[in-house]
Design a protein around this ligand. Structure first.
Ligand SMILES: Nc1ncnc2c1ncn2[C@@H]1O[C@H](COP(=O)(O)OP(=O)(O)OP(=O)(O)O)[C@@H](O)[C@H]1O
Ligand SMILES: [Mg+2]
Length: 285
């Protein structure tokens, strides 16, 4: 697995705050994978993501993209953001144009595409995200879920190499979640990388091919879902065992540990890799 991003000894502190939001983060984000990033509220997921598109700059250490340290001049950041599409946790921080259509057009026009090609991409992305009917609306007048859809459409219209999505599921209805996972699958099938922060452990288990666990600003685990699910020490240390065993039939309630090696003997993980999200009705934890 080639690294798409590599964080080397990264730390970050928000201006005016004493506490480090990221502490000595060393982690590789492999290319072409479906990466789930998990951790409790305040663990540092969003802060990590905002380093991926250069919006935040490490206080110490460095971030590498495809083996090269990020550069923070305007031109480099523009190039990076054309390849790294980001859906912010709060889409209000992302949508700024007068109308939805203008917002989705912003990226393609910035890429230097023609008006005709831009229009084609906007319509295609809007169709995929089912927001054709709001294209003329001002972005501020949309509902939370509609804003997330517009943010997704804006990213898709750019056709980036990487999709970084910060808890996109929270505001999407179950129908759009299904569509969202279909869109992600198409993206993944083209060899692209998805990095998604989520609190939904079913997504970690059944969707992700790689998982990163953050705890208090540190990366405490990175590896496959199977490696996480069978690592009792990490599950206990992160307290994932407290919430996971209750919802996961693969867990032994007595020991609060995986009853079997998921995916090894019983082929569960393999089978559920093709899991069609939403079929098991397990949305809540
Ligand atoms: N704008 C900010 N100013 C100051 N501190 C911040 C800011 N944003 C986040 N923090 C702090 O940085 C730490 C990491 O926050 P971050 O938003 O990255 O967590 P998170 O894992 O994304 O949490 P959540 O699950 O709630 O989205 C927390 O201690 C948080 O209080
Ligand atoms: Mg967050």
């Amino acid at each position: 697995m080639e690294d798409l991003f590599e964080f080397q000894n990264v730390c970050y502190r928000y201006p005016g705050h004493k506490q480090l939001a990221l502490q000595d983060v060393n982690v590789r984000l492999p290319e072409g994978e479906k990466i789930a990033v998990v951790g409790r509220n305040g663990a540092g997921k969003s802060t990590l993501f905002l380093h991926c598109n250069g919006l935040y700059r490490p206080l110490c250490g460095q971030v590498l993209f495809r083996g090269r340290p990020l550069a923070y001049d305007r031109a480099s950041l523009k190039r990076l953001r054309q390849q790294v599409g980001m859906i912010f946790q709060n889409p209000d921080n992302q949508l700024f144009s007068a109308s939805v259509a203008q917002d989705i057009s912003f990226g393609p026009l910035n890429l230097g595409l023609s008006e005709a090609e831009t229009r084609r991409r906007v319509l295609e992305a809007a169709e995929m995200c089912d927001i054709i009917h709001v294209l003329d609306r001002p972005t501020h007048s949309l509902s939370g879920g509609e804003k997330t859809r517009v943010a997704l459409a804006g990213v898709l219209a750019m056709q980036p190499e990487v999709l970084v999505a910060d808890e996109p599921l929270a505001s999407l209805d179950p129908w759009m979640r299904l569509t969202f996972f279909e869109i992600l699958q198409r993206f993944y099938d083209r060899g692209k990388t998805i990095i998604m922060a989520t609190h939904n452990l079913s997504v970690v288990r059944y969707w992700a091919s790689y998982v990163i666990v953050l705890q208090a600003g540190r990366v405490v685990f990175s590896g496959t879902p199977k490696e996480l699910l069978t690592n009792r020490v990490v599950l206990e240390q992160t307290e994932l065992s407290r919430v996971w065993w209750k919802v996961d039939p693969g867990f032994d309630e007595e020991t609060r540990a995986p009853a079997t090696s998921p995916g090894a003997e019983d082929g569960r993980l393999k089978e559920t890799r093709n899991f069609h999200f939403g079929e098991d009705g397990d949305w809540s934890i």
